[in-house]
Design a protein around this ligand. Structure first.
Ligand SMILES: [Zn+2]
Length: 128
């Protein structure tokens, strides 16, 4: 765990997008310092997003996210958003050559298209 630095957290929070902040205080809330949650909620409030909006956002996301046993969402393997799909994919050398199967997390933006269809075969090396 990194040491909590309220000055750094506040600066980071002020530069973050509102959606990103909403993800942090909902999907990732259980994995954060309570003091960091407070800083984010203050910043959201400054942007006109109050407890009712945060709660609505949480409800919209509920049931869609893939949660860790610790009680917060897995993060997308390709960006900072919470994951809605988790499955085996390929770790690629230089982003190209599949070398190791590993579990990858996908947000709606990064989910492979066939992910909604039931998939029974394991991914092949040339699968893309
Ligand atoms: Zn993503």
């Amino acid at each position: 765990m990194l040491e909590f630095d309220p000055v750094k957290v506040r600066r980071n929070v002020e530069e973050a997008k509102t959606d990103d902040l909403l993800d942090r205080v909902t999907a990732f809330r259980e994995g954060m310092e309570p003091a960091a949650v407070r800083i984010i909620e203050e910043e959201l409030f400054r942007r006109g997003v109050g407890p009712a909006e945060i709660d609505q956002y949480r409800q919209d996301q509920a049931g869609r996210l893939v949660m860790r046993p610790e009680g917060f969402a897995y993060r997308c393997s390709f960006c900072q958003r919470p994951a809605t799909v988790r499955r085996v994919g390929w770790h690629r050398l230089w982003g190209l050559i599949p070398i190791l199967p590993r579990v990858l997390n996908y947000c709606p933006n990064h989910a492979p298209e066939e992910v909604d269809a039931p998939k029974t075969e394991p991914p092949a090396a040339d699968d893309d």
